[in-house]
Design a protein around this ligand. Sequence first.
Ligand code: HEC
Ligand code: HEC
Length: 329
Amino acid sequence: MWKTLKANWQLIIIVAAILVIALIEVMKATRPSTNETFSTTLVDSSWIAPSLFTDNKLRGEERELVIYGEDIIANTSRYFGPHGAVAQITNGMNCQNCHLNAGKKNWGNNYSAVFSTYPKFRERSGAIETVYKRVSDCFERSLNGTAPDSNSKEYQAIYAYIKWIGGNVKKGEKPVGSGIEKIPYMERAADPVKGKLVYAAQCQSCHGTDGKGQMSLNGISYEYPPLWGEHSYNSGAGLFRLSSFAGYIKNNMPFNQATHNNPKLTNEEAWDVAAYVNSQPRPSKDMSKDWPDISKKPFDHPFGPYADGFSETQHKYGPYKPIISKQKK
Ligand code: HEC
Ligand code: HEC
């Protein structure tokens, strides 16, 4: 007996190790989740992005375009950043920094509802916008740059990709988990001072004390994208509105930790850190042509003039409830 044990000691250790790991996994799986009451109250999304591996209807030139389009969304900087191979027309961020998994992630500002809802009328421009116009907006605002020519191969590829991604969504429909979630408003104004503490505890390790992010070793794109400063999104970007910022980070940040069903920030923390980040310096954008009908400005659009008499400060930081109830009347 002892002899066989001794001869097989390596095997015994391996088996014992496997048993211990299995036991730990079983214990983890059976432990009641601390978020149980929270997660059951949330509706999750059922939209699943199409996959290039299984979509065998997508063939030939169209397939090539979609693949190219996905790569441009994921690695925009390689094509259009300060060292871009096609043109040097953006701040070096990637579309994917804000449209996670190349716009495939539920609650991660995905593209599921783009093809089904555009062209559509948008109050910001006061006009019917095509997918091209909407994409150009993100080039000019979120990427603080200029949009590529809409006849270029790159633009056709982005369009083909967005069309393919939303191909399983019926015209006019918006899957749950598309775009950015609207999180509940606070009674008070969002507070940059409190937000600074949240930033230091939850964000700074990746995005940096100065918010400038961290360049990859290749010097072409960001490992951790900037949140403010000259290489960040400009004041005309969607994320400059606190509700968009707060909704995006609540479901997605800290990166790879927070999820829709298991967020790491409370609503208050999300609003406060949004206030902190969006009170830091960043490039500005001429928005004189935006919101031709000023009564249609969103409650948290931080630039006047307004039709409702509330100040720019209250529009930016809140409290929003009085603004919203007045807008409803
Ligand atoms: C700094 C963050 C950021 C970056 C980078 C960014 N976007 Fe956006 N994008 C947004 C936000 C915020 C919205 C508005 C989402 C909402 O309100 O639900 C948006 C909206 C869009 C929409 C409309 C979505 C819809 O459902 O109506 C499209 C299309 C889009 N972006 C494409 C792009 C493309 C293409 C790029 C890269 C060239 C890009 N974006 C880069 C933040 C960003
Ligand atoms: C573990 C590292 C990490 C932490 C911690 C983290 N982030 Fe991020 N963040 C990322 C990465 C990586 C991306 C880009 C994701 C991609 O490109 O796929 C990102 C993207 C973003 C973006 C959109 C792009 C941009 O630069 O504007 C915002 C906004 C953001 N993070 C805010 C936050 C906030 C606020 C916190 C703290 C609550 C936070 N992040 C914590 C890694 C992190």
